[in-house]
Design a protein. Structure first.
Length: 313
C-alpha cells in the first residue's frame, strides 16, 4: 500500500512512547510505502485534496529513528489509506484538516479514523452517549447547575471538554473554599461548557486504557496509577503503567460501545475506564501501543496495520 500518515513533527516525538512510530515501523516491515505529512501540509486545490509530503524510512533506533526523502506534492487520492494521527488540541486547524481528509475520503481513500467522526465525537461528550456505562455526570457552563451538582454528589471531578494529558482537571468537594474560582476559571466565566462527574474512588487503582480495534478490545488493559498525592491517571501527569486483566464489567462496556465505533468508522479508539465506569472515548490519536507490547506482550501495531490492510485492499 501507499500509506499516508498525518502526524506532528516526527523529530519531536517521544521515541520510547510514540504509538504512531510503532504503526509506521510495522507498516514498513510489511512492505508498505509511507508518506509522512505534518498537519500544516494538508491543502485543497480546485476541488482536490493534497499534501506536501515526504517518503519516510523509520527505524527502531532511539538515536536515529527516521530519515526523509525530499518533500513533494502528493494528491491524497493517489494513496491507499491515511492514518490521521495529529495530536490535540482539537482546535479550528484540526477541524479544517478533517475537511481536507474528508474530501480525500470522497475520492476513495480510506481514512483512519473517519474524519467526520473525529469532528463529531468529542472524547468526553461521546462517552455520555452510553449513560449505562458512566457514573453521574453533567455537561454545562451554567453556574447554578454546576454548584448544585457539587452539592448533590459532594465529591466531584471537573474537566474541560478539549483537554488532554490530564490538563486542567480538578477535584472539587462541596466544602471547597475555592469552588467559585475554580468554576469561573475552568468555564472562562461560565461561557464554555465543561464536564463534571461524580468522583470515582477507584482512580487510586488506576485509570484503565483499553485499546479497541475494529470493535474488538485487546485482551488486557493498561492501568495508569496516579503518582503519590495525584488525582490524575495520565502518563503525561506522572502516572505509572501496569497491566491488568479485563473484568467482566470492562468487557461489557466494550461490547456496549463497539457497535457505535464500527458504525462511525472509528477503527482505533482508547476507552478510559475507572472502576466500573467509562469516563472517555479517545478517538483522535490513542496511545499505549508500546505499553501493551512491553507489559502485556500484545502487539497492537501489528493488529492495527493488519486491520488497515484488510479494509484498504
Amino acid at each position: 500500500m501507499k500509506l499516508g500518515v498525518v502526524m506532528d513533527p516526527i523529530e519531536t516525538i517521544n521515541f520510547k512512547k510514540d504509538s504512531t512510530l510503532a504503526m509506521m515501523i510495522e507498516a514498513q516491515q510489511k512492505g508498505h510505502e509511507i508518506f509522512y505529512m505534518t498537519p500544516d501540509a494538508l491543502f485543497i486545490n480546485s476541488g482536490n485534496a493534497f499534501a506536501i509530503s515526504s517518503k519516510v524510512e523509520v527505524r527502531n533506533d532511539p538515536a536515529n529513528w527516521f530519515s526523509l526523502e525530499d518533500a513533494t506534492r502528493v494528491k491524497l487520492s493517489d494513496l491507499d489509506a491515511i492514518l490521521m494521527r495529529q495530536d490535540p488540541p482539537f482546535n479550528s486547524e484540526y477541524i479544517y484538516n478533517t475537511y481536507v481528509l474528508e474530501m480525500a475520503s470522497r475520492h476513495g481513500v480510506n481514512i483512519f479514523n473517519n474524519p467526520k467522526s473525529l469532528r463529531d465525537c468529542n472524547e468526553k461528550v461521546f462517552a455520555t452517549e452510553f449513560p449505562q456505562c458512566c457514573t453521574k455526570h453533567l455537561v454545562t457552563s451554567n453556574k447554578e447547575l454546576l454548584k448544585n451538582f457539587v452539592e448533590e454528589y459532594k465529591d466531584t471531578v471537573i474537566k474541560p471538554l478539549d483537554g488532554m494529558g490530564g490538563a486542567s482537571i480538578f477535584r472539587i468537594k462541596d466544602n471547597d473554599p475555592n469552588l467559585s474560582v475554580i468554576l469561573e476559571t475552568i468555564t472562562n466565566h461560565f461561557s464554555e461548557k465543561v464536564m463534571i462527574q461524580e468522583y470515582i474512588p477507584e482512580i487510586l487503582e488506576g485509570d484503565k486504557r483499553i485499546l479497541v480495534i475494529n470493535g474488538k478490545p485487546m485482551q488486557a488493559a493498561i492501568a495508569r496509577i496516579p503518582a503519590q498525592g495525584e488525582l490524575r491517571g495520565n502518563l503525561a501527569a506522572g502516572a505509572s503503567a501496569v497491566a491488568k486483566s479485563l473484568s467482566e464489567r470492562d468487557v461489557w462496556i466494550c461490547n456496549q460501545v463497539a457497535p457505535s465505533l464500527i458504525e462511525k468508522g472509528l477503527l482505533l479508539v482508547g476507552l478510559d475506564i475507572i472502576g466500573d465506569y467509562l469516563t472517555e472515548v479517545n478517538v483522535t490519536s490513542p496511545t499505549c501501543f508500546k505499553e501493551y507490547k512491553e507489559l502485556c506482550d500484545i502487539d497492537v501495531a501489528q493488529i492495527f496495520i493488519e486491520s488497515v490492510e484488510e479494509i484498504s485492499q
